[in-house]
Write a protein that binds this ligand. Sequence first.
Ligand code: ZN
Length: 148
Amino acid sequence: MSAELQDLYQEVILDHNRRPRNFRVIEDAASAEGFNPLCGDRVTVYLKVENGTIKDVSFQGAGCAISKASASLMTESVKGKTIDEVTALFERFQRMITAPADVPTESLGKLSVLAGVRQFPVRVKCATLAWHTLRSAVDAPGGVVSTD
Ligand code: ZN
């Protein structure tokens, strides 16, 4: 990846950290809490599912720029998708951010800005926290997940 492109990706991450999208509470929604003790990131994911499709999704929380940007990008990426599509997307996302740094990754649209995380293995849990929490909100609403 060129340095220029990396700067651009960095810019997108910082923008989502500063102005997180879908950063709100959804009343009467299924929710779950996630905690990454390694970094101190906390996130609550809210979601509304209708006929197996995510109608609305949001999050609240505090943490590092990666965890917040990842949660923000996730909410934008999963809205309108079916639970099956989201499960598949999470698997591809996880593959992307855990692949060896010299292996080209598949493009995942705007989620690709987080591909650089694979160079910092300790940050992988920051980037996947919101996704694990989303899965918990689907499978066991009201639960608390820890990345440890
Ligand atoms: Zn973090």
